[in-house]
Design a protein around this ligand. Structure first.
Ligand code: HEC
Ligand code: HEC
Ligand code: HEC
Ligand code: HEC
Length: 142
């Protein structure tokens, strides 16, 4: 679904599904026809990847791996893992991506964030920040 920034009578956000414009086949697709423009505000800052490095060429409800096998949108982690092996390995062992909930899982559930909850897939780099307040210079005494 693409957010339209509109809400319905109940205040629920209104979305348009991908297949409204894309597909299911190229022949029935509105997008791709001459003059079609959309997603114009979408900027991808992710190496030099093209849209189709990740999104299926025809079925826009899906992503794909490098061997072209389909991946569900909600299963994007398999896709990330294919190019970011060390981070995925660290994530699998718990040293990247953090966790909340219970350490002892017999006492309660443990929750893990998905890669895309921290890294927007279209612009994944963590921005540089200035620490505030600045670090205390322990050599200076007033
Ligand atoms: C209102 C119509 C509309 C909707 C809804 C829409 N698209 Fe698009 N999309 C377009 C148009 C128009 C283009 C640009 C023309 C083209 O090259 O196909 C485009 C291009 C793209 C492209 C880049 C070109 C390509 O073929 O790879 C991707 C990726 C894409 N859309 C993904 C999506 C996804 C994912 C969704 C749903 C979350 C979606 N779109 C929903 C109209 C739409
Ligand atoms: C690195 C892989 C990757 C690339 C490159 C990429 N996408 Fe995506 N895109 C994703 C993933 C993953 C999601 C699902 C995000 C989620 O689940 O929150 C997504 C979601 C979307 C959506 C639906 C959500 C939204 O932002 O509206 C659209 C539309 C879309 N992509 C279009 C594009 C277009 C157009 C391009 C190229 C200009 C592109 N994508 C490039 C991985 C990618
Ligand atoms: C097809 C290969 C490919 C896929 C799939 C892919 N990436 Fe990337 N990713 C790259 C490349 C290439 C760069 C740019 C590396 C650079 O500039 O040094 C990058 C950069 C990044 C960065 C910034 C790295 C930095 O040093 O700051 C993050 C974070 C990231 N990707 C996360 C993701 C996540 C999350 C996904 C899944 C939604 C994903 N990537 C999918 C190839 C990929
Ligand atoms: C809880 C948030 C969170 C989750 C979940 C997460 N990351 Fe990260 N990731 C970060 C932060 C923060 C950094 C920046 C670390 C730094 O700059 O030292 C980072 C850095 C990265 C980098 C840049 C290179 C590096 O190691 O510093 C890549 C690539 C990356 N993550 C990929 C992934 C992938 C793939 C997943 C899912 C398997 C994932 N991340 C899950 C927060 C997260």
């Amino acid at each position: 679904m693409v957010d339209t920034e509109r809400v319905d009578i109940n205040g629920t956000p209104v979305g348009v599904s991908c297949v409204t414009c894309h597909g299911p086949t190229p022949e029935t697709s509105w997008a791709g026809r001459e003059g079609g423009t959309f997603h114009t505000g979408l900027e991808v800052v992710h190496g030099d990847l093209s849209c189709e490095s990740c999104h299926d060429a025809v079925d826009k409800t899906r992503l794909h791996l490098s061997d072209n096998s389909p991946v569900d949108m909600l299963d994007a982690m398999t896709l990330c893992a294919q190019c970011h092996g060390p981070q995925f390995r660290d994530y699998s062992r718990g040293s990247h991506g953090g966790m909340t909930g219970y350490w002892d899982t017999t006492k309660g559930p443990r929750e893990r964030n998905h890669c895309v909850e921290c890294h927007a897939p279209h612009a994944p780099a963590v921005p540089r920040v200035s620490p505030a307040p600045p670090p205390i210079d322990r050599g200076v005494h007033e």
